[in-house]
Design a binder for this molecule. Structure first.
Ligand code: NAP
Length: 271
């Protein structure tokens, strides 16, 4: 115990995580004492990790990444019923009374760049049906989107998500033609460094469609390049990464991130 408040990000692997850069940038910018670390936690060590940390008064909590977002729900309190809604937790917070609660800031982080749009009844297409897709579909359902086309390698998993979030739509394979959607979201790992590319023909999308890629390594994915070449507006994965981190930062350190510093932060994250 050092007396210095700290939070961390846990996962397996974890070396790639940009969360420490983001949170330390904000701590420095605000002149606050605190730390944010990476912790490489394997699946069989997750329960012991949470048990150990819950007794550490300096620990403010942690962000949770692959592969722990579902398993961690069994280990913490869930006052917001995240299990019954999004079904995955990405932020764990230690309360002053020593209780440890879980929440999800991915959905709000995803939705923030779209908040000014009217998606009510809009047809959308979503690639992927993993943990990130759950946050995306939860947010899109709340925004009242219309017909949802999910493109995924494993169709059954995707069908379950349509039902879970009460969405009307269909599930198709990754080689299907896109619908004339107003919004296309890639929430799969395709296009990420080391993963196969996401090759989609974007011509069926509406002429004013927005293409949003959650992948942030690389930042300019093949999908975003193709969208820009078609003259479509794009949103990259750093917007969501910064958005979900901002909500978590406030829960950990009790202050909102500084305003007007996003460009500086983006430059740091892409350096
Ligand atoms: P996940 O739960 O492992 O899901 C991965 C998804 O990608 C599944 O739909 C999976 O299909 C699909 N997929 C993976 N490899 C594939 C392959 N070789 N061929 C076809 N489909 C494949 O991962 P996740 O947590 O949802 O993360 C997905 C992506 O979102 C990652 O790139 C992650 O970095 C990004 N992400 C970004 C943010 C952000 O803040 N920007 C936040 C969260 C996640 P199956 O269902 O068939 O397995």
């Amino acid at each position: 115990m050092s007396g210095i408040p700290y939070a961390e990000v846990i996962g397996d692997p974890i070396a790639q995580s940009k969360s420490p850069l983001i949170h330390k940038f904000w701590l420095d910018a605000l002149g606050r004492t605190g730390d944010y670390r990476r912790a490489h936690i394997k699946a069989d060590a997750l329960a012991a990790f949470i048990d150990q940390r819950r007794t550490d008064p300096d620990w403010r909590g942690c962000n949770v990444t692959i592969p722990h977002k579902v398993a961690v729900m069994d280990l913490v309190d869930d006052p917001g019923n995240i299990r019954g809604t999004i079904g995955a937790m990405n932020t764990i917070v230690r309360q002053p009374d020593g209780s440890v609660i879980g929440t999800n800031t991915d959905a709000a982080g995803f939705y923030a760049p779209l908040a000014e749009l009217d998606l009510d009844g809009a047809p959308v297409a979503v690639v992927g049906a993993g943990g990130a897709a759950r946050a995306v579909l939860f947010a899109l359902a709340r925004a009242g989107v219309g017909h949802v086309t999910i493109l995924n390698r494993s169709p059954l998993k995707a069908m379950g998500l349509l039902a879970t979030f009460g969405l009307k739509g269909e599930v198709v394979g990754l080689d299907a033609q896109l619908p004339p959607a107003a919004l296309l979201v890639n929430s799969s790992s395709l296009g990420m460094t080391g993963q196969p590319p996401l090759d989609l023909d974007l011509s069926p999308l509406a002429d004013d469609a927005i293409v949003y890629d959650l992948v942030y390594a690389p930042l300019q994915t093949g999908l975003l390049k193709a969208a820009a070449a078609r003259g479509l507006d794009t949103v990259d994965g750093l917007d969501m990464l910064i958005g979900q981190a901002a909500l978590a930062f406030e829960l950990f350190f009790g202050a909102a991130p500084p305003e007007g510093r996003d460009e500086e932060l983006r430059a740091l994250l892409t350096a």
